[in-house]
Design a protein around this ligand. Structure first.
Ligand code: SF4
Length: 140
């Protein structure tokens, strides 16, 4: 289970953990947004308000914070075995392709294929490692 009963999903989601600031002082979620989408800037660090005020008053930031809950309610992510590492995919790629950041990443099937392949490789590696270490254990 990846979210609490009140649909506060993904406690380790990084939306609250970092921001990106460009050389002109514009603040947003990541460098892709700050480069391409002024409507998604949170504000500017050279404006008179404090950085805390900037973050608290930003409607754009509130939209980012609302995305996980929207995905849990309206997309198939809640039942996905890779939700805890995928989080519905990249918001800026999703917005760039669909014009809507409140849907899951259009590369969903690609993510699933990549995660599944990595999972198989990791399991095979762990299994081979265990087999290699068994003779050493028997010698004790
Ligand atoms: S892989 Fe697809 S369904 Fe799973 S969390 Fe990512 S976007 Fe959602």
């Amino acid at each position: 289970m990846h979210c609490s009963p009140d649909l506060r999903p993904l406690p380790h989601n990084l939306i609250l953990e970092f921001v990106s600031i460009d050389a002109r002082g514009n603040v947003t979620q990541c460098d892709c947004w700050v480069t391409s989408y002024p409507d998604y800037w949170f504000g500017n660090i050279f404006a008179p308000q404090s950085f805390s005020e900037l973050l608290q008053k930003s409607g754009a930031r509130r939209r980012f914070q609302a995305r996980p809950e929207a995905l849990m309610k309206h997309e198939s992510c809640l039942g996905c075995e890779y939700l805890s590492i995928c989080h519905g995919g990249c918001p800026v790629r999703t917005y760039s392709i669909t014009g809507d950041s409140f849907v899951k990443d259009p590369y969903c099937q690609v993510y699933k294929a990549i995660f599944s392949t990595i999972e198989k490789i990791a399991l095979n590696t762990a299994s081979a490692s265990r087999r290699r270490s068994l003779p050493a254990l028997r010698m004790r």
